[in-house]
Design a protein around this ligand. Structure first.
Ligand code: GLN
Length: 290
């Protein structure tokens, strides 16, 4: 039993937790974990710093601190992560949504006029982050989200439900396979793009995330090659494809898009000025036979 926690007042327990975690975010993370255990918010804690931490909650807080120290991502311990304007449930069945992916959402929204009924697809939706952000900003759009993982789809559906987003449907399957015979105004994806065996896969949060959401072949581009090859047949004339990728993959992906009939191909950097999203569109005068 954590002796330094069970007898503590909440404000002291928070200090103990922060000192155990160490690092720049220690205080903030300890607070999130304590609030999670208590089922309270910050305002409540602020007013109740003198309250004692009950024994059961002390044990639960202690256990979460131990798991965080062992490296488990905060988002998995809390079961939640904010993305765009949405509070999303996350689980080890899905990638934890990243702030970088909000750049992809912005670029997609710039290409999705508000006043029109549009068709949008999100491939490998995971927690539903991209699909739900787009669905929330474009209520007239019909969004189709695919994923190979039934567990991921269950979570994504639950996130859609929690946010009252009825304009998204979820389909199980690989990339564009569940979209046979359908065309879209815009297809977006944050697919796995890390090379198999990359040393980053055994560091930090990535150790705990699903490998299939992270890595994709010897150069990391297997999923992207598959998506780029199949996308033109699923785009309406002038339709856009947007792909998130690693900082050093822009050139290779621009070449893939250019070689697959895309025009206006460009790579856009994220807030840290690293190449992050490559996009292109098919021509207006599209060959109806493909
Ligand atoms: N589309 C989800 C996200 O951006 C999942 C991405 C993935 O698993 N590679 O968070």
């Amino acid at each position: 039993m954590p002796a330094d926690l069970i007898t503590a007042r909440l404000d002291l327990a928070l200090r103990v937790g922060a000192s155990r975690l160490s690092g720049p975010d220690a205080r903030h993370e300890a607070e999130h974990l304590l609030l999670h255990v208590l089922g309270r918010d910050r305002a409540w804690l602020f007013a109740h710093g003198d309250d004692p931490l009950p024994e059961r909650e002390a044990a639960a807080f202690d256990a979460l601190l131990g798991r965080r120290i062992a490296g488990e991502p905060l988002a998995y311990l809390l079961g939640r992560r904010g993305f765009w304007t949405l509070d999303l449930q996350v689980s080890p069945a899905t990638l934890i949504p990243r702030p970088e992916t909000e750049r992809l959402v912005e670029l997609a929204l710039e290409r999705l006029p508000e006043a029109r009924a549009l068709r949008v697809a999100d491939l490998g939706t995971g927690s539903g982050a991209i699909a739900l952000a787009l669905a929330s900003e474009r209520p007239l759009a019909q969004v189709v989200a695919t994923d190979l993982s039934e567990d991921a789809l269950r979570l994504a559906r639950s996130n859609a439900h929690a946010h009252g987003l009825a304009n998204v449907v979820f389909r199980r399957g690989s990339w564009l396979a569940p979209l046979a015979g359908e065309r879209f105004d815009l297809i977006a994806s944050n697919p796995p793009y890390i090379a198999d065996g990359d040393p980053h896969l055994v560091q930090g949060d990535l150790r705990f995330e699903p490998p299939t959401a992270l890595s994709s072949g010897a150069d990391g581009l297997d999923a992207i090659r598959e998506i780029v090859a199949a996308a033109p047949a699923h785009l309406l004339p002038g339709g856009w494809l947007l792909l998130e990728h690693g900082w050093d993959q822009g050139e290779a992906i621009r070449a893939l898009l250019a070689g697959s009939d895309f025009i206006d191909v460009a790579t856009v950097a994220d807030l840290e000025e690293r190449d992050r999203v490559t996009l292109g569109r098919v021509t207006e005068a599209q060959d109806a036979s493909r």
